[in-house]
Every structure is written in structure tokens, then in C-alpha cells.
Design a protein around this ligand. Structure first.
Ligand code: NDP
Length: 249
């Protein structure tokens, strides 16, 4: 790979949306390292094969992003092997949906750790280097449900709303040093997660989307690629909703 390429880490990089982000950034000439969850070891051979067949080269790094130690280890190892990190896409995420009546501390903590704390854990070890080199792009994947709240998702909505505060504060801190921080907030996207919905639930969701369809992972990837580009030097602290007008404000 060329020495002059920007280097991106994409967490949750072998998931539905993460895969599309890795492919798009790689096609845009960025050197990409996808992080995968330790539990995903089994699907890696198929994943890597599919990427190679598509002519896309993506590095892999195992990481539990809900652990500060493992995140710091992963970033250090990636930087040692590939060089300084220029772009971080915090995309790993989980849901543990329960109404407040049934919400328990374990489901709350799991979602806050994986969807919010992870963005801090993964960004922190790379942050100072970005400031010192005068270039960085932090792109955090939020959700429409972090903007408007969602029934049964107090944990998820709180984590995703927290991502906006984190991003806006980071934008202030990186502004004078060429480091931008932005969020991309998907609406409902066609992934394994949404494919698993009951047909009636799916239909009722689609009927509430003004564009009359769910988005696809490539549409999220294109928003990420836009914000990751060198030329997007003056957009920071922004949120880019990609939701088919499901939520406009
Ligand atoms: P996926 O489940 O396909 O991808 C999420 C990825 O994150 C998986 O690969 C998952 O691994 C990984 N992950 C989970 N926990 C950890 C962890 N502790 N450490 C490392 N990796 C972990 O979901 P999507 O692609 O749909 O979602 C990607 C992002 O987009 C998430 O942040 C999600 O909240 C957000 N989003 C998705 C929407 C949608 O409609 N799909 C809508 C709005 C936002 P594993 O499979 O092992 O858990």
C-alpha cells in the first residue's frame, strides 16, 4: 500500500454498515483497518474472501471496543503496523432493547459501554497524534433514535445522544489543529438487524418513512466518505442525518 494514503480505523468494520464504510473508504484510496469483535472470529474468513474477490484490501484488527485497555492496545498495534491513524469511524454498536419497566443495569451498561464509552476509548489513544500532526477526522455513527428518542431504547437513545455531546466538544478541541469531529445519524438501514424484524413491524416502520423505504449501508458509507475527505476541513461539530426524512428538525 502507498505510504501517502490516509489511514482509517473503522470499528464494527465487519458489521452491516461497517462493511460498506470500509469498502467505500478503500475505494476512495484510503488505507482501511476494520476492527472486529472477538466473537466474530468465525465469520472473518468469509468476510475477507468476499472483500478480496471484490478487489478491496482491508486490514483487520481484533478489539473489544467496550474495554479501554483493549481499545488502547488495538490502536497502538494498528499504528505500529500501518502508521499514524488519520481517520476514526466509531461504528461498533449493539442494542439491548427493553422498556424502562424492564430495563436492568446490565443492559444499560452494556449499551453505554459499547455505543458511547467505546468512542472515547478508541479516539483517546489516537487523539494527541492527530493534534500534533495537524490532521484528523473523527466520524461517530449515531442514530435517529439518539436525536428523537425511541420507545424501549432508553439505553440506546442515551448512548447515541451522548455521542452528539462528545462529538461537539471534540470539535471545539480539534478545531485549531486540523482535526474535525462529526456524527452521521442513520435512520432505518437494511442490515441483518432490520432484516430480522417481523414483517408487520417492518411494514409499519417503512410506512412512517417519507421516502417509503429503508436506507442502505452504502448510503451511510457515502456520508462517512464525504466527512472523511481531506477537503472537508471546515465541517466540524456537525450532524449529518441520513434517514429519508424520518426525522427532520
Ligand atoms: P451490526 O450489528 O451489523 O454491526 C455492529 C458491529 O459492532 C458488529 O460487527 C458487532 O459485532 C460490533 N460490536 C458489537 N459490540 C462490540 C464490541 N464490544 N467490540 C467490538 N465490536 C463490537 O449493526 P449495524 O451495521 O446495523 O450498525 C452499525 C452502527 O450503526 C451501530 O452503531 C448502530 O447503532 C448504528 N445504526 C444502525 C442502524 C440500522 O438501521 N442498522 C440505524 C441507526 C444506527 P458482533 O456482531 O459480534 O456483536
Amino acid at each position: 500500500m502507498s505510504e501517502n494514503k490516509r489511514l482509517a480505523i473503522v470499528t464494527g468494520g465487519v458489521g452491516g454498515i461497517g462493511t460498506a464504510i470500509c469498502e467505500r473508504l478503500a475505494k476512495d484510496g484510503i488505507q482501511v483497518v476494520a476492527t472486529y469483535h472477538p466473537a466474530e472470529e468465525d465469520k472473518l474468513i468469509d468476510w475477507s474472501k468476499a472483500r478480496a474477490e471484490a478487489g478491496i484490501e482491508v486490514g483487520l484488527a481484533v478489539c473489544d471496543v467496550s474495554s479501554p485497555e483493549d481499545s488502547a492496545r488495538m490502536v497502538a498495534e494498528v499504528e505500529k503496523e500501518f502508521g499514524p491513524v488519520d481517520i476514526i469511524v466509531n461504528c461498533a454498536g449493539i442494542t439491548r432493547d427493553k422498556t424502562m419497566k424492564r430495563m436492568d443495569a446490565e443492559s444499560w451498561d452494556a449499551v453505554i459501554n459499547t455505543n458511547l464509552n467505546s468512542a472515547f476509548y478508541v479516539t483517546k489513544p489516537a487523539w494527541e497524534g492527530m493534534l500534533n500532526r495537524g490532521f484528523g477526522r473523527i466520524i461517530n455513527i449515531s442514530s435517529v433514535n439518539g436525536q428523537r428518542g425511541q420507545f424501549g431504547q432508553t439505553n440506546y437513545s442515551a448512548a447515541k445522544a451522548g455521542i452528539h455531546g462528545f462529538t461537539m466538544a471534540l470539535a471545539h478541541e480539534g478545531a485549531a489543529k486540523g482535526v474535525t469531529a462529526n456524527t452521521v445519524s442513520p435512520g432505518y438501514i437494511e442490515t441483518a438487524m432490520t432484516a430480522a424484524m417481523r414483517d408487520d413491524v417492518r411494514e409499519s416502520i417503512i410506512s412512517g418513512i417519507p421516502m417509503g423505504r429503508m436506507g442502505n449501508p452504502e448510503e451511510i458509507a457515502s456520508a462517512v466518505a464525504f466527512l472523511a475527505a481531506d477537503e472537508q476541513a471546515y465541517i466540524t461539530g456537525a450532524n449529518l442525518p441520513v434517514n429519508g426524512a424520518l426525522f427532520v428538525h
